[in-house]
Write a protein that binds this ligand. Structure first.
Ligand code: PEP
Ligand code: MN
Length: 342
C-alpha cells in the first residue's frame, strides 16, 4: 500500500471492550488512520444485534489512549452525533441506508453545522450518483470542511457474486464530479466474503482511490455482524502488504475496469442460466402431469424466432445466437427428460 493511502480498520461492530482492544492491538503494528467500530448498527431484519450503543464509546476512547489511533463510528441521527462529539470521536461516517435518505442527511447536516469533525459519506444503497453527490453537498453547505466519500457497492437484486455490486463507473464518475473529495473503497461491504477482498482492494488501488476501509475482527467467524467478510488483523496486514501499487497514468486501469465488468456480466449470465434451468425442471413436471410430449415444436420455433429478433435489435450475430439457443434448448430438453423419469 502507498504510504499516503488512508487506512480505516476495525470491527464491523464493537461487541465488548476485550474484542475492541484485541482488534486495535492486532492492528497497531501499522499506521491506522482511523479505528472504526459500529456501535449503532442499521440491520435489515428486526431482532438482529443492533449494536452496544453508547456503552461502546469508552472502549474507543481507550483505543485512542492506548494505541494512539483516531476513532470513527457510524451516525444515523442527531442523538448519535451529540454522543459521538461528547465522547471525542474523531471522525463520523454516514451509512449507506442513511445516505439514501435526503431528509435524514439534512437533519445530520443541520446538527453538524458549526463543528469541524471530518465526515465520510457512504454511497447510498441504490446505484444513484446524484443521491450520493447530494448528500455530500448537503454537508458541504452546512460548512463541513473535511469530507470524504466511501464506495461500499450497490444493492442489485439477484446479485450473488458480490454482496453489493461495485459498479466501478459510479465512483469514477463521483471522483470526476468531486475531485477534491478523498475517495475511500470499502471492499468488505462490496464482497460480503473474505476470499475476494484482496481482488477488490487491488482494483481500488488501480483506480487510484485514496484509501481503504476494511472490517477487522480478532475471531471473524464468531463476529456478531458480518462474520463472513471480516479479516483477522494478521490477514489484513497480509492483504495490505500484497497490494501492488502502480503509477497513476498507466492505461491498465481502463482494461481492469472492463475485465471486472465482464466478470460481473458473466456472473449474471450464469445466475440467469441457473434460473432458466430451474424453470425447465418445473415445465418438465407440468408436462408430465398433463401427459404432454417434451418437445413442443411450435413453442420452440416461437422462442427461437422471438429471441433472434430481439438479438437483431441489439446487433447480435444471428448465427451465434441461434447456436446459443440450440444449446440451451438441448439442455432444457435433457432436464425435462430427467424430471419426467422421476
Ligand atoms: C458498516 O460499515 O458496518 C455498515 C453498516 O456499512 P454500510 O452502511 O456500508 O452497509
Ligand atoms: Mn459491517
Amino acid at each position: 500500500m502507498k504510504d499516503d493511502t488512508l487506512l480505516i480498520a476495525g470491527p464491523c461492530s464493537a461487541e465488548s471492550r476485550e474484542q475492541v482492544l484485541a482488534t486495535a492491538e492486532g492492528l497497531s503494528r501499522r499506521k491506522v488512520d482511523y479505528f472504526r467500530a459500529g456501535i449503532w448498527k442499521p440491520r435489515t431484519q428486526p431482532g438482529s444485534f443492533e449494536g452496544v450503543g453508547r456503552t461502546g464509546l469508552p472502549w474507543l476512547k481507550e483505543v485512542k489512549e492506548t494505541y494512539g489511533m483516531k476513532t470513527c463510528i457510524e451516525v444515523a441521527d442527531e442523538v448519535h452525533v451529540v454522543e459521538a462529539l461528547k465522547a471525542g470521536i474523531d471522525m463520523l461516517w454516514i451509512g449507506a441506508r442513511t445516505s439514501s435518505n435526503p431528509f435524514q442527511v439534512q437533519r445530520l447536516a443541520d446538527c453538524l453545522a458549526g463543528t469541524d469533525i471530518p465526515v465520510a459519506v457512504k454511497n447510498p444503497m441504490n446505484p444513484d450518483l446524484a443521491l450520493w453527490s447530494g448528500a455530500i453537498e448537503r454537508l458541504a453547505r452546512s460548512g463541513i470542511q473535511n469530507l470524504m466519500a466511501i464506495h461500499r457497492g450497490f444493492a442489485v437484486y439477484g446479485q450473488k457474486f458480490y454482496r453489493n455490486a461495485p459498479l466501478w463507473q459510479i465512483p469514477i464518475d463521483f471522483r470526476n464530479a468531486h475531485p477534491e473529495i478523498p475517495l475511500i473503497n470499502d471492499p468488505s461491504h462490496i464482497c460480503g466474503r473474505r476470499d475476494i477482498l484482496a481482488e477488490v482492494a487491488q482494483m481500488a488501488m488501480d483506480l487510484a482511490f485514496d484509501g481503504l476501509m476494511i472490517e477487522t475482527h480478532p475471531d471473524p467467524d464468531v463476529a456478531w455482524t458480518d462474520a463472513a467478510q471480516q479479516l483477522t488483523p494478521d490477514a489484513l496486514h497480509a492483504l495490505l502488504d500484497g497490494l501492488v501499487i502502480r503509477e497513476e497514468g498507466a492505461d491498465y486501469d481502463a482494461l481492469d475496469s472492463l475485465r471486472q465488468e465482464i466478470n460481473m456480466v458473466d456472473d449474471a449470465i450464469i445466475e440467469l442460466f441457473a434460473r432458466r434451468m430451474g424453470i425447465s425442471a418445473s415445465i418438465g413436471e407440468a408436462k408430465k402431469q398433463r401427459g404432454m410430449t417434451i418437445l413442443q415444436n411450435k413453442r420452440w420455433r416461437d422462442v427461437l424466432e422471438k429471441n433472434l429478433a430481439k438479438g437483431r435489435e441489439h446487433g447480435i450475430d444471428e448465427g451465434f445466437l441461434a447456436d446459443v439457443y440450440r444449446a440451451v434448448h438441448q439442455a432444457s430438453i435433457r432436464i425435462q427428460k430427467d424430471t419426467m423419469k422421476k
